[in-house]
Design a protein around this ligand. Structure first.
Ligand SMILES: Nc1ncnc2c1ncn2[C@@H]1O[C@H](COP(=O)(O)OP(=O)(O)OP(=O)(O)O)[C@@H](O)[C@H]1O
Ligand SMILES: [Mg+2]
Length: 150
C-alpha cells in the first residue's frame, strides 16, 4: 500500500498506528535516503509500542533496545556506518528469532542475508520539503497480517 504523509507530525502519528499493531517476531525494514524520515517513523512506532524512553538514532551505536508494552522489546538498528556485517549479522540474526523482540532496521542492505523474507518493508520517498510517500510491502504471514490492519 501507499501512504502519503504531509509533515513530521503525521509521520509520527502513522508510526504510532503501526506500532500499536506490531507483534513479537515482527521485522520492519526502513528504506530511504539520509533524512527520509526512517528514525522519525521509528519514534512514532515506539510510541505505539508503549516505549517510554526517547528514541535516538542508533547511527553511532548501531543498535539500541527499548522496553515496550506487553513484555516486548524494540530493537532499532542502523547499519549505515558498518563496513562489514561480521558479528552484527549474528547479533541481528539472534534478535530476529527472539519471540518477544520487534526489530526495526535502517540501512539493512549489508545484512540482507539475515533479513527474514517475512518482513514489512517501508520505502520512504521525499517528493517535497515535508511530504513523504511511504510504500509499504509485506511478504509473509506476520507482515501481511500487520499490513492488512493498517
Ligand atoms: N513528513 C516528514 N516525515 C518525517 N520527517 C520529516 C518530514 N518532513 C520533514 N521531516 C524532517 O526530515 C528529517 C528526517 O530525519 P530522520 O533522522 O528521521 O531521517 P532518516 O531517514 O532516519 O535519516 P538517516 O539515514 O540519516 O538515519 C527530520 O529533520 C524531520 O524533521
Ligand atoms: Mg535514521
Amino acid at each position: 500500500m501507499i501512504k502519503e504523509v504531509k509533515s513530521e507530525k503525521e509521520m509520527k502519528i502513522f508510526g504510532a498506528r503501526l506500532g500499536a499493531l506490531l507483534v513479537g517476531g515482527a521485522v520492519v525494514e526502513l528504506v530511504g535516503d539520509v533524512g527520509a524520515g526512517k528514525t522519525t517513523l521509528t519514534k512514532g512506532i515506539a510510541v505505539g509500542l508503549g516505549v517510554n524512553e526517547d528514541v535516538q538514532s542508533p547511527s553511532f551505536t548501531i543498535s539500541r533496545v527499548y522496553e515496550a508494552r506487553d513484555g516486548l522489546n524494540l530493537a532499532h538498528y542502523d547499519f549505515y556506518r558498518l563496513q562489514d556485517a561480521g558479528i552484527m549479522a549474528d547479533e541481528l540474526n539472534e534478535a530476529i528469532h527472539h519471540p518477544t523482540s520487534i526489530i526495526i532496521i535502517e540501512w539493512g542492505s549489508i545484512v540482507e542475508g539475515v533479513l527474514p523474507i517475512d518482513r514489512l518493508t517501508i520505502k520512504i520517498e521525499s517528493p517535497a520539503e515535508s511530504d513523504r510517500r511511504l510504500t509499504i510491502m509485506s511478504n509473509g504471514p506476520i507482515s501481511q497480517s500487520i499490513e492488512e490492519k493498517l
